[in-house]
Design a protein around this ligand. Sequence first.
Ligand SMILES: Cc1cc2nc3c(=O)[nH]c(=O)nc-3n(C[C@H](O)[C@H](O)[C@H](O)COP(=O)(O)OP(=O)(O)OC[C@H]3O[C@@H](n4cnc5c(N)ncnc54)[C@H](O)[C@@H]3O)c2cc1C
Ligand code: FES
Length: 265
Amino acid sequence: MSKLQNIYKVVSNEKLCPRFFRLCFDAPSIVRKIQPGQFVHIRAHDGLEPFFRRPFSVYRVKKYVEIFYEVVGPGTKLLSLKKKGDPLDVLGPVGRPFAMPPSGTKQVVMIAGGIGVAPFLILSDILRRERRSAFPALELILLYGGRTKGHVFNMKEFKNNGCATHVATDDGSVGTRGRVDKLFAKINPDPKTTFIYTCGPNPMMAAVQRFARQHKIRGQAACEEVMACALGACLGCSIRTTKGFRTVCYDGPTFDLNEVMFEQS
Ligand SMILES: Cc1cc2nc3c(=O)[nH]c(=O)nc-3n(C[C@H](O)[C@H](O)[C@H](O)COP(=O)(O)OP(=O)(O)OC[C@H]3O[C@@H](n4cnc5c(N)ncnc54)[C@H](O)[C@@H]3O)c2cc1C
Ligand code: FES
């Protein structure tokens, strides 16, 4: 049985746009096990600061594991300094994967805010390649909202997976001006055949939840909370759901879109 925590080697760490980096590491045991929506918990540094590991969705797996991240504080800053060949202390994969869309789904809409786009490339890979027979003629759409053009990256990999991509930025520097909810008009949802996945800041996911309820569309949300153990032990990442408090790391990070009480989390 493979261990949950291991030291792997960094293969590459590159800047993809002014705000976002992609780090690849060689972890065959994670490549074998990972499912879309799960995450890895990374120790950014050997010293005491930062003390806790940092959680990152798995962006893609090919030969290596890829994460896609934004530098926002000390942990991600240290991560951005990793070089090819450096050791990387990783716990994972952890968390509950996304549920697959129900049979009969014809349109999958992924709605992401900022770095919340991270779990969707691997999801579109799986839907497009491995589940092709279960979902023939599946339409894949990515609605992506970034603060400004520094938060918008080349979406070639999504396009290569057959995703139609639509972008909004708060200041209109790329795509539609406004929040990602401005892009809802780009889709034509059908309660029987559309399924939504969303990940991003809570106010954005609350807007997605309202839209989904209004159109009676089912979906899943990938939630983010500050984490310590990532194993369901410390309860530090608990959020409010219609089923009571649930931990993001162990009960999630993926939840039924209707279940999460975003406004009170
Ligand atoms: C399941 C999961 C998956 C994630 N996947 C990714 C990913 O793929 N790419 C990525 O860039 N980031 C991801 N994150 C967020 C990432 O873990 C944080 O940005 C990171 O821990 C910040 O560490 P830091 O030391 O750089 O900054 P810190 O100093 O720890 O934080 C900087 C600022 O960000 C806020 N913050 C930190 N973590 C979170 C969080 N989880 N939710 C909301 N606000 C937060 C802090 O309150 C602070 O204001 C994920 C989080 C979770 C829980
Ligand atoms: S981080 Fe400890 S229970 Fe989730």
